[in-house]
Design a protein around this ligand. Structure first.
Ligand code: PFF
Length: 470
């Protein structure tokens, strides 16, 4: 169907569910609990919360304002700020495009594990237990199987595209309004099971016990850089997502409230993820890790050791992870689609576009890159290294999360703090007084830029194991 308008959120709850859905993703579930435990427990949480308040909320309201004011996708939005800023808009569409290459692959992994646990519920031979393998071997045999991983990745891409092609309110909003509350309740169910396992206390201690040792010497720089990088990825900032989602906001929507609710909800879910995951890991006597190992080996080991109820909790958990991943993936694809829609609108004389067709082609491009990343998988096929990273997943992540994302946020802060300081306050004041304008101006000018430089250096340090701060 040809469309003339880009779409709008039906109501505030719908917008919030979509935006929180974007923020809550794999980053919360497999990154946060471990990083918190490793970097000082409550001490890390304290730093993280400071960053969310002084940087996360500030960039969120900035990006939402840019989106709503211009009503465009990220490239058009930055071009509206000033012709010379268009490249920053391009950063904001290249990042989500590259992130999708591996995010959809990992989304495919969650599908595989949903299927495996479902099989176990029915005692089927295609379940995990039917394979007769140890969890580590099972995971390795899966991610080394290029055909299988490509198929699951493709299914995940198709599911993402199916929601995006439904449109902003009829697709993304409708889906998120059901999926996000479901995720929340599933998380609570998993928490109840997890903390009542014998030996769970050790896991809670791992996540929460304050440890100020990590701040010793130059250690605090590491903690700051880790918390900053995590906060940015987790809040979906510096990638045009909030610009895009902001562009579908009604003019009477209060940006101040929304820009606080999204980061706060994301942080609460991240902490709850720690309560859901780590007690189970420790109860099963396993070592905590981060990344795919935690989600697909350690957790599966936990479910396998739970006896009869294990597969049910396993299914529930992987379903939860799947929802977290797909709502994030949807926001990534929508950001790309929205830019292409703008380009189409600029060129077309009838001022119309076919969102379904555009979604199809964007999803096809994503699938193409995701297939390459899936073929390399977790790096067991001897593919050539790109940018010195051991997997193509890491190479894509380096360019997007490591470099473009902090740069985009840094430039955005410079533009909105120093060059056009009235831009955000004017947009926010459409809905009443900007009660914390002074705080906003202080942060966007003096706090966000140095933090973004620190995050950038911290990311490069991590990706290339340079040991700059050690
Ligand atoms: N925020 C998501 C997570 O924590 O997993 C990932 C993500 C989604 C990052 C969308 C960036 C983005 F634009």
């Amino acid at each position: 169907m040809e469309q003339h308008k880009k779409g709008q959120w039906g109501n505030q709850f719908g917008f919030l569910m979509a935006a929180v859905g974007s923020a809550v993703g794999l980053g919360n579930l497999w990154g946060f609990p471990y990083k918190m435990g490793k970097n000082g427990g409550f001490a890390f949480l304290f730093i993280y919360i400071l960053l969310v308040v002084f940087v996360g909320i500030i960039i969120t309201i900035t990006e939402l304002s840019i989106g709503r004011k211009t009503g465009k996708g990220v490239v058009g939005a930055y071009r509206d700020l000033g012709k010379k800023y268009a490249p920053i808009g391009w950063f904001g569409v290249i990042s989500p495009f590259l992130i999708m290459s591996f995010y959809t692959m990992l989304g495919g992994y969650t599908l595989k594990y949903m299927v495996a646990n479902l099989g176990d519920i029915f005692g089927a031979s295609w379940g995990y237990q039917g394979s007769g393998m140890a969890t580590g071997d099972y995971f390795q045999s899966f991610y080394s199987d290029q055909l299988q991983t490509c198929i699951y990745t493709a299914v995940f891409v198709v599911l993402t595209a199916a929601v995006v092609r439904g449109g902003v309110s009829q697709g993304i909003e409708k889906f998120s309004k059901v999926a996000m509350p479901a995720l929340f309740f599933m998380l609570l169910a998993v928490i109840v099971r997890s903390v009542t396992l014998p030996g769970a206390g050790e896991g809670l201690r791992f996540v929460f016990e304050p440890n100020f040792e990590v701040f010793k010497g130059s250690g605090w720089v590491n903690v700051f850089a880790a918390a900053g990088g995590q906060a940015f990825f987790s809040l979906s900032l510096g990638m045009g997502i909030m610009v895009t989602y902001g562009s579908y906001l009604k003019k009477d929507e209060d940006l101040k409230v929304n820009s606080i609710v999204i980061p706060v909800a994301d942080t609460i879910i991240a902490v709850l993820a720690g309560v859901a995951i780590m007690p189970a890991v420790f109860a099963a006597g396993l070592e905590p890790t981060a990344g795919p190992g935690l989600l697909f080996v350690t957790l599966q080991t936990v479910f396998a050791s739970m006896g009869a109820g294990g597969p049910i909790f396993g299914f529930l958990m992987y379903f939860l992870v799947f929802i977290a991943a797909i709502t994030s993936s949807i926001s990534l694809l929508e950001t790309v689609v929205s830019v292409v829609v703008d380009l189409k609108l600029e060129r077309s004389e009838t001022k119309s576009f076919d969102k379904k067709k555009i979604t199809f082609w964007c999803a096809a491009a994503v699938l193409a890159e995701a297939i390459f990343v899936s073929l390399d998988g977790l790096g067991s096929h001897g593919f050539p290294q790109i940018l010195g990273q051991s997997t193509w997943l890491d190479s894509m992540d380096l360019v997007s999360e490591g470099v473009l994302m902090p740069l985009s946020a840094l430039f955005t802060a410079i533009i909105c703090g120093w060059i056009m300081p009235r831009f955000v306050p004017d947009e926010v004041e459409r809905n009443g007084k900007f009660t914390w304008e002074k705080f906003y101006m202080f942060c966007i000018k003096f706090v966000v830029p140095p933090v973004m430089v620190l995050v950038l250096v911290g990311q490069i340090d991590t990706f290339f194991s340079l040991g700059i701060f050690s």
